[in-house]
Design a protein around this ligand. Structure first.
Ligand SMILES: [Zn+2]
Length: 160
């Protein structure tokens, strides 16, 4: 895993590259390569995995059952960045799934950071008192910058 890999998003199921225009679409649509319904697009940057969650499929109670798939997509990454920017809303069930994924990442010696949670998504996170649990960054670039900066002991950095 070298940083020379292309930083393009791939389907988490078939691992084929996704067109960037597809990521910006509205609503549900299956992977244009393999036809499977996908929840998120995946890319790797060095040993960091970025999962950008897509609008549509993730609202319901089935979110809890998706944690295994998210962890599988994270693989052996030292850091998992979850980008929520395309999502129009998030649910408490979805957040519970992320809490579980975060715990698993920490158990593996890794970490999970959130980014792109604006507006309603941010309100849902704060209402669940999870803004002190998750490290939340404005965007992907800010989340990456946080890796380069020295960590503050024990405190979550909350940037807006
Ligand atoms: Zn696919």
């Amino acid at each position: 895993m070298q940083a020379s890999q292309p930083e393009s998003y791939c389907c988490p199921i078939c691992r084929q590259e996704l067109p960037c225009t597809w990521l910006q679409r509205e609503g549900d649509s299956p992977c244009p390569r393999c036809g499977q319904p996908v929840w998120f697009a995946r890319k790797t940057v060095g040993d960091v995995v970025v999962l950008t969650f897509l609008p549509g499929l993730i609202g319901g109670a089935e979110a809890l059952h998706r944690a295994a798939g998210v962890l599988e997509a994270a693989g052996s990454a030292s850091l998992l960045i979850v980008n929520l920017a395309p999502m129009r809303f998030i649910t408490s069930v979805f957040l519970s799934m992320l809490v579980h994924v975060r715990q698993e990442m920490i158990a593996r010696g890794g970490a999970l950071k959130l980014c792109g949670a604006d507006g309603v998504a941010r309100e849902v996170i704060e209402a669940a008192c999870l803004d002190s649990v998750f490290e939340i960054y404005k965007d992907e670039a800010a989340a990456f910058r946080s890796c380069a900066a020295p960590r503050r002991d024990g405190f979550q950095q909350l940037l807006d």
